[in-house]
Design a binder for this molecule. Sequence first.
Ligand code: THU
Length: 138
Amino acid sequence: MPSIINDPKQLCDAARDAANNAYVEYSNFRVGAALTTKSATYTGANVESASYGLSLCAERAAITKAVNAGDRDLVRLAIACVDAKPELGINGIMPCGACRQWFIEFAPELEIIIWSENDGKIIGTYIAEDLLSNPFKL
Ligand code: THU
C-alpha cells in the first residue's frame, strides 16, 4: 500500500483489504476503514471481545493508529462493511454513533466515503458533522 492514498476508490479498496484483518469471532461482520490525513493513510478493522461491549469499530481503530502516530490532520475516511446485508441498504453500512462522535472530536469536516460491497461502488459521501446533530462537547 502506498503511504498516502487520496483517490476515493483506491481508499475504498484499502478499506476492503483492511477488513480481512477483522477479528469478528462473535458477529462475523467484517468492517475495514482507510483514513487519509494530510500526510499518510492508516487502515483499521474491527476487533471484537468476548465481553461484547468492549469491541472496537474499524473506524476508531484507524483513527487510533493515526493519533498514535502523532497525526491528527484527518481528511478522508473510507468505510467498507464487506459483510453487509443487502436488504438493509445504506443503514447496514453507515458508521455507528460512537464513531461519529469520534469523527467530530478530531475533524468535523472529515469526508466520509461509504463503500457498498453489494453494489460494488461508492454509494455515499458525507461530511462528519452532518452525520451527528448536537454532538456532546466538554
Ligand atoms: N462495526 C464497525 O466496525 N463499525 C461501525 O461503524 C459499525 C459496527 C463493527 C462492530 C462489531 O465488531 C461489528 O461491526 C458488528 O456490530
